[in-house]
Design a protein around this ligand. Structure first.
Ligand code: ZN
Length: 54
């Protein structure tokens, strides 16, 4: 199950939510600390280019 990271603009905290893609609705996400709806999703490092040069 994917983990979504969010950032709350009101209390300035980050939190994670586990949810299924089919149920994912960013408009219904509220901060788990203060209940604010002013949250934005944090895009995780999906395509991290790791080029190790030795
Ligand atoms: Zn908050």
């Amino acid at each position: 199950m994917p983990v979504y990271e969010f950032h709350c603009d009101d209390c300035n905290r980050d939190f994670e939510l586990l949810m299924r893609i089919s149920l994912f609705d960013p408009n219904k996400v509220t901060c788990e600390y203060c209940g604010s709806k002013k949250v934005c999703q944090i895009i995780s490092h999906i395509n991290v280019i790791t080029s190790k040069k030795s």
